[in-house]
Write a protein that binds this ligand. Structure first.
Ligand SMILES: [Zn+2]
Length: 67
């Protein structure tokens, strides 16, 4: 038996496609600097460079993780 799938009744305009894509732009993430080690980090996240958050050490990193 032949497979049936729903198809759009008519194509939509370039304008409609472009209007939809108006919200598709990529935005660069906001980057702040760690107050402990100065590495770039995401705000409200612990630092991946030294494992600290709000000035205190939260996660003890292993030696091979530190660079
Ligand atoms: Zn840090």
């Amino acid at each position: 038996m032949e497979e049936k799938m729903a198809l759009p009744k008519r194509r939509h305009s370039h304008s409609r496609t472009r209007t939809r894509r108006a919200h598709d732009a990529l935005v660069a993430p906001t980057v702040s600097t760690c107050s402990d080690c100065g590495e770039p980090k995401l705000p409200h996240r612990l630092c991946s460079g030294c494992g600290s958050y709000k000035g205190r050490s939260v996660v003890k990193l292993q030696e091979d993780e530190l660079d």
